[in-house]
Design a protein around this ligand. Structure first.
Ligand code: SF4
Ligand code: SF4
Length: 361
């Protein structure tokens, strides 16, 4: 396989190592060693040595959620996310993607979202119409919220309304490129989407990014790919924490005791751990789960549930169990995709809430 020397070095370093298998949310959910970073590296190394075909390992390559749990605990600094994404790109270039991934990629290219949705909900449409006028602030909702969890997108807008913020919502919001980046890595198609989105964002002074997955891509990956955003980009959580500090949101205690599910994109990639805690502490009593902040465990998402629904349900259930284990009865999320995944893991012991739920309660 055509792979950079850097990735090959990381693959060969990981393939016989055992040190991060305990942290992998997918490996822990499937109970299979094949789902972990080390086994993925072994498979890639066999392809690199001509002992296996690339298409034989692709299901395994798409088991990784790229959460970076392995990267963050690796004391020697190796990076399984890097070689996993490079393998996805190579499979796309060689036309060796699994059919279920091809479908998601085709949807991204045809409809702008991996789910193939062509319409958004009536309530969200109404909210967008109410904020269609151009202002200095763009609230960038993101594909998952707009297409799959529109009620949360509406709530995000209501939070800004509550603080009397003048902001704009886009009828034709561009895709940030996050979905294609996950599916096929640094492919031209992903970069084209990113460039298009950056161009739209450049028309605003400030872009408030609702979904942490988009925030990671816009604030980090765009830079890595040399894509400029002239606008000031800020996460929804940091923006809302600022509204509280400035007294524009006046918190009322809900009487709830909650735990916080750190989205890895905020805590590991953007090093933002305290802003969501500031928000939560204004509305509820906050307890900490085992494995919080940078050590967080991913709790599932919407995109991977399209092709691995049972595994993602198990991932979510295991994270809810972490909350239950410390006596938690309510879990607050800052990621719309984790919120949807956790809600989907039907159970009646731990209430699943978003930050918006707390603020609008
Ligand atoms: S990332 Fe580090 S800890 Fe994990 S398998 Fe590779 S070398 Fe081992
Ligand atoms: S990035 Fe996450 S899902 Fe992928 S191997 Fe590492 S810990 Fe597992």
């Amino acid at each position: 396989m055509n792979m950079s020397e850097k990735s090959k070095q990381h693959v060969d370093s990981c393939r016989f190592c055992w040190m991060c298998h305990h942290i992998c949310p997918i490996g822990n959910a499937t109970g299979h060693e094949r789902s972990t970073a080390r086994a993925r590296a072994l498979g890639i190394s066999l392809v690199n040595r001509g002992a296996m075909q690339l298409e034989e390992i692709m299901d395994n390559i798409y088991e990784c959620c790229t959460c970076g749990g392995c990267v963050s605990v690796c004391v020697t600094g190796w990076d399984p996310v890097m070689f996993t994404k490079e393998t996805r790109l190579q499979a796309a270039l060689e036309n060796k993607l699994p059919e279920y991934i091809n479908t998601l990629v085709d949807n991204c290219l045809e409809t702008g979202n991996a789910y193939g949705k062509k319409e958004i909900s009536r309530d969200l449409q109404k909210m967008i119409s109410a904020h269609s006028e151009k202002t200095d602030i763009l609230l960038f909702l993101g594909t998952d919220a707009r297409c799959m969890v529109p009620e949360q997108a509406v709530k995000a807008a209501k939070v800004l309304e509550k603080a009397n913020v003048k902001f704009t919502l886009l009828e034709d919001e561009p895709e940030s490129g996050a979905q294609l980046d996950f599916l096929i890595g640094a492919a031209d198609e992903a970069k084209q989407q990113m460039n298009k989105a950056a161009k739209v964002m450049n028309e605003y002074k400030t872009v408030v990014i609702y979904d942490p997955n988009d925030a990671k891509i816009i604030k980090r990956t765009y830079k890595e790919y040399g894509i400029e955003t002239g606008a000031q980009t800020v996460t929804f959580t940091a923006f809302v924490a600022g509204l509280l500090r400035d007294g524009r949101l006046k918190p009322e205690k809900t009487g709830k005791t909650v735990v916080f599910q750190d989205p890895y994109q905020l805590s590991r990639d953007l090093e933002e751990t305290e802003e969501p805690r500031e928000i939560i502490s204004s509305y509820a009593a906050l307890h900490e789960m085992l494995l919080n902040r940078k050590e967080t465990v991913w709790a599932g998402n919407i995109l991977m549930a399209q092709y691995l629904p049972d595994v993602i349900a198990e991932v979510s259930k295991r994270r809810i169990f972490n909350a239950e284990s410390i006596g938690g009865t309510a879990m607050v999320t800052a990621s719309v995709s984790e919120y949807a995944a956790l809600k989907n893991a039907a159970q009646d012991k731990v209430e699943i809430l978003s930050l918006e739920d707390l603020i609008l309660a």
